[in-house]
Design a protein. Sequence first.
Length: 198
Amino acid sequence: MGLEIYYVDGQTPLSEEELEGLTIPSITTRKELDEFEQFNIEKAIQWTIGKKIKSEDLLSETFIKGLHKRMYGEVWKWAGSFRNSEKNLGIKSFLIPVQFKQLLDDAKFWYDNNTYSPDEMAVRFKHELVSIHCFPNGNGRHSRLMADLIMEKLYGEPFFSWGSSDLVKENDKRRAYINAVKKADNHDIQDLISFAKS
């Protein structure tokens, strides 16, 4: 029996090929998958604690792909690799490298020139990153951790609270988060900044 996944609003379905990238064949339910992924993510967060990371390293393709691999590499073979399939969210896969490079250039400019407050810079980066949807899955959690690391490593501020909720599960907090992301898609970032701090 293979992995049976149901998707909640805003989640990205995996292709058959991507599902074959599961490294733990005993996982058969969404609940088990979420537990293994969460354990892997917690190990990635532990890896960041106390680590000094310069802006040019944090805002680099090597670090961002490496972080995704650390977050999901024990569960998915494709962790840390840009997707090559089309999704219900994000840009066309062949555009990812160019758009991603543009985002990194923009983010370095924002940081170097204090274009935005720390909160806004981190949340704008998170939103642009999740909009590109670089990876087959895990983009929301990865982009939120990137925003948290921007806050901590670049600005010396604490991680965001992101509604103090598990945003993977279908609930009111997830709906509020998805609504804030959709508003940000229409160039209104304030609700997403407020949600990040809630």
